[in-house]
Design a protein around this ligand. Structure first.
Ligand code: ZN
Length: 354
């Protein structure tokens, strides 16, 4: 049985209004607006598969589908029938990007219903410590709705070692629930509020952060630095944690071009994996770039870490329909059955406690 350890099915109505550029969401929300904009963009560049706007269109196109079930089935059809999927919810209400049209609880409830009709789904509740009564919602998700674990997204404005997260980790450790956290820098989903508020949030850092002259995306990356998890892992040694995206394509690239940077997240994560017995990392998003396949293959030859790497695709954050299929098949073909089974079967089995 195969596992995809990292996908998303949240809808456009779960994304805050001010998140996508220049009211694009609002324009695309109407059928006519959608047709006009997509036609316009297609005319600008017919070969625009990698174009940013083209990606936005696909992003919104999938996000606008009528249900999380539809979005899920568009992904699952490319995998063997008995594949299990970790679906990571998103709570974007506290990132300072405006109002989220749909109540977060309804996003979770919809996942709970999907779990009933599609038991191969492993839903993860995104915990933002700023949401009131988050522990109640977490317990309801696990105990009543049969969720599998917890998703953390620090670039939205909180540190992994935030004391408000401690009851969450304690609950997860006591109940054997895995935690998946976003761990790549500079991505567009980060705190969008005022600079003043951002600096206030960053002031809770345990190591002082110089904010002058730094771009917002650089500053927001500081929340999600892999080393921020060391304290959590020392305090909760039995907690299973997966660092999503293995530090990102940015740091894999840097590792290939000019190795030796002591603050390269790829190297940091690679060195952390054997040190902490319950630490994992997934290759979603990052490994969509085929240039990194050989690096992954080398990692899988290393017995100190090859039982800690998880297969995931990050659907639908990067891929189009065709690339979802190509990604899983190309990677499987390149790695060979033994390596593929390691990251898509035996390692996830350990991580998800199934
Ligand atoms: Zn993701």
């Amino acid at each position: 049985m195969i596992y995809n350890s990292h996908i998303h099915t949240f809808k456009e109505s779960d994304i805050p209004r001010a998140f996508l550029p220049i009211g694009l969401v609002r324009i695309l929300a109407t059928k006519a607006g959608f047709r006009v904009v997509s036609k316009l963009l297609n005319n600008i560049n017919p070969f625009s598969d990698q174009d940013t706007f083209d990606r936005y269109i696909r992003f919104v196109e999938i996000g606008r589908m009528s249900s999380q079930k539809d979005i899920f089935e568009r992904c699952s059809k490319f995998y063997p029938e008995d594949t299990k999927f970790a679906i990571l919810a998103m709570d974007m209400a506290y990132m300072g990007a405006g109002k989220v049209p749909r109540d977060y609880k309804n996003q979770l409830k919809e996942l709970a219903e999907l779990k009933i009709t599609h038991p191969q789904v492993l839903p993860f509740i995104h915990v933002d410590p700023r949401r009131p009564y988050i522990m109640d919602l977490l317990k309801q998700s696990i105990e009543e709705w049969n969720f599998t674990g917890v998703k953390i997204y620090p670039p939205l404005g909180y540190f992994p070692y935030d004391e408000r997260m401690y009851p969450v980790y304690e609950y997860c450790q006591n109940n054997n629930l895995p935690v998946i956290t976003h761990c790549s820098p500079f991505n567009p989903v980060h705190f969008k509020g005022t600079k003043k508020n951002l600096i206030k949030l960053l002031s809770k850092s345990q190591t002082p952060i110089e904010t002058k002259g730094k771009k917002r995306k650089e500053l927001c990356a500081m929340f999600t630095h892999p080393k921020n998890w060391e304290q959590v892992m020392n305090d909760f040694p039995d907690l299973k944690i997966s660092l999503g995206h293995f530090g990102s394509a940015y740091y894999w690239e840097e590792f290939l071009d000019k190795p030796g940077n002591p603050d390269n997240w790829f190297t940091i994560i690679k060195d952390m994996l054997p040190k902490y017995k319950n630490l994992y990392s997934d290759i979603s998003f990052t490994l969509n770039d085929k240039r990194f396949f050989p690096v992954l293959k080398i990692l899988l030859g290393d017995e100190n870490i090859n039982d800690k790497i998880l297969f995931g695709s990050d659907y639908y954050m990067v891929q189009t329909e065709t690339t979802e299929k190509n990604f899983s098949i190309d990677l499987r073909g390149y790695l060979g059955e033994n390596n593929y089974k390691l990251i898509a079967e035996s390692n996830p089995k350990n991580f998800f406690n199934t």
